[in-house]
Write a protein that binds this ligand. Structure first.
Ligand code: HEC
Ligand code: HEC
Length: 81
């Protein structure tokens, strides 16, 4: 009985990881339109961890400039859960 519950929880946890991974790898908005590649932000063809902010700065100028870009987006943001 207890073992069964552990197996079910393990499977659910695994599915959650796979699903959230798929969401993280899907490009949206301007980056998709401008054909930005994974390697442009992640510095590797096979990313498995978050990109470094240094990559954003290469295309977007300073972090202050980045803040201005995201400020405009705040009103239209859809929070995905
Ligand atoms: C515009 C820059 C950018 C591009 C292009 C991009 N990523 Fe990312 N990626 C990020 C950032 C930023 C994060 C961290 C997101 C967070 O912490 O919520 C991330 C996170 C990830 C993660 C880690 C998720 C996690 O939870 O640890 C993976 C895997 C990943 N991206 C894969 C990809 C793949 C595959 C592509 C190409 C289809 C891609 N990324 C393109 C910026 C980018
Ligand atoms: C290879 C160049 C490149 C890199 C690296 C890059 N971007 Fe972009 N980004 C662009 C381009 C091009 C646009 C579109 C600009 C426009 O049309 O005004 C854009 C647009 C954006 C936008 C506007 C919103 C939208 O509609 O998508 C945001 C926010 C953004 N980038 C954040 C980031 C962040 C955060 C990172 C680092 C994780 C990053 N970018 C890395 C090239 C890049």
């Amino acid at each position: 009985m207890k073992l069964k519950a552990i197996i079910i929880l393990t499977v659910l946890a695994f599915i959650a990881v796979v699903v959230s991974g798929a969401v993280a790898q899907e490009l949206k908005g301007k980056h998709k339109e401008n054909s930005i590649a994974c390697v442009d932000c992640h510095k590797t063809e096979t990313p498995d961890s978050p990109a470094d902010v240094e990559a954003c700065v290469e295309c977007h100028g300073t972090q202050e400039d980045m803040a201005k870009v995201t400020e405009k987006l705040l009103s239209t943001l859809t929070i995905r859960t």
